[in-house]
Design a protein. Structure first.
Length: 66
């Protein structure tokens, strides 16, 4: 499966596929709300809030970086 196909299948409550997302720049992280147990990540143009322990998608903002 290609990266773009994987990105299309991202959804709240699903596990985040390994290697598809990257951490955000600290300057951007400072502007986002912080919640213990969660981590903001980027996959292409999508902004994703992921639970740290199971790595499950909690919130998905499609096209946030488009």
């Amino acid at each position: 499966m290609r990266i773009t196909e994987i990105q299309q299948n991202l959804a709240r409550g699903k596990p985040l596929p390994p290697g598809i997302a990257k951490t955000l720049d600290a300057r951007l992280l400072d502007q986002l709300p912080h919640s213990d147990g969660y981590e903001w990540m980027q996959a292409g143009v999508d902004l994703i809030l992921v639970t740290v322990a199971p790595g499950e998608i909690h919130e998905l903002l499609k096209g946030a970086f488009d």
